[in-house]
Design a binder for this molecule. Structure first.
Ligand SMILES: NC(=O)c1ccc[n+]([C@@H]2O[C@H](COP(=O)([O-])OP(=O)(O)OC[C@H]3O[C@@H](n4cnc5c(N)ncnc54)[C@H](OP(=O)(O)O)[C@@H]3O)[C@@H](O)[C@H]2O)c1
Length: 263
């Protein structure tokens, strides 16, 4: 029987990496190698999860996006790479780290890479519109100029994030729903599980080379999200209008200044 093509995954100890690894294994079309940072396995729950993956046939290799030799070693014999790295407080890892990975992958003849996007379509934005999305654009520019082909996974906002404190819209402790603008602009949202399944499909599909997979489990506004939440749970939240879109932009600029001053 012919050997299966090998996928190298970065970020298996993270939220998305774990789901992507499971989805690739469930699909059964590709073998999986995962780069894990040496210190990662000191964490008992991460180690337990790694043991479960090993039992399903995943080969774990020590590596770090900032340690180039480890990447050259890990890319040996690899067909495609999926990055689910994240380091929100460390741009170096996202840009320099993923650039190191692209360099190693090119040298070792890897054919394709999915960079760590899982986001809205940043290619449509102006530079400076959104700092996090600029980082993705930087990596994409480098990937596009490399010998690798790419597949972008553009899923909008993760559905779970809509209700998390990170987004600051649903505040379940205070019992409020907080929104800017008219709350009626629709946006794309996809669950993390569905996104992971799409990643597993896309990486095994030759037609997805040099393509962006634009997916949306739902297209919904914030007010529709609130209405659905209230209908499903029977709970009512106090609605707080925080201001116009222009007010939001001023608020963001103020936050940036505060952060700069406090550094
Ligand atoms: N669209 C959305 O709404 C949305 C929401 C959340 C996340 N995302 C995106 O989804 C992607 C994955 O995020 P996540 O939340 O799954 O991340 P996460 O849970 O924080 O996991 C990050 C992973 O990256 C690994 N990592 C960090 N630095 C590394 C390095 N130097 N070398 C190798 N591995 C390294 C971590 O390993 P350790 O175990 O060693 O730390 C971990 O496995 C990111 O691009 C993120 O921005 C999108």
């Amino acid at each position: 029987m012919a050997a299966k093509p090998v996928v190298l995954l970065v970020g298996i100890t993270g939220m998305m990496g774990d789901k992507i690894a499971s989805a690739i294994l469930d699909k059964g079309k590709m073998d999986l190698i995962a780069i894990v940072r040496p210190n990662s396995s000191n964490n008992a729950s991460k180690q337990q999860r790694l043991d479960e993956f090993k039992a399903r046939g995943v080969v774990i290799v020590e590596g770090d996006l900032l340690d180039k030799p480890s990447l050259f070693k890990a890319c040996e014999g690899v067909e495609a790479i999926v990055s689910a790295a994240n380091a929100s407080a460390n741009d170096k890892i996202m840009v320099e780290g993923q650039t190191n990975l692209i360099e190693a992958a090119e040298a070792k003849g890897v054919k394709r890479m999915i960079p760590s996007d899982y986001s809205v379509d940043y290619r449509k934005l102006d530079w400076g519109d959104n700092y996090n999305l600029d980082l993705r654009q930087k990596v994409f520019n480098i990937l596009e100029q490399s010998n690798l082909s790419y597949t972008l996974i553009l899923n909008g906002c993760f559905t779970e994030i809509l209700f998390s404190p990170y987004l600051q819209v649903f505040d379940f402790e205070a019992g409020t729903f907080n929104y800017w603008g008219d709350g009626e602009t629709v946006f794309d949202t996809t669950t993390t599980d569905d996104t992971a399944k799409y990643v597993a499909e896309a990486i095994a599909d030759p037609e997805m080379a040099n393509a962006a997979l634009e997916i949306a489990g739902d297209v919904i506004s914030m007010k529709q999200t609130l209405a659905t939440y209230q209908q499903v749970t029977g709970k009512k939240l106090n609605v707080k209008h925080l201001g116009s879109v222009a007010d939001l932009e001023s608020w963001i600029e103020q936050k940036k200044t505060d952060r700069f001053v406090s550094q």
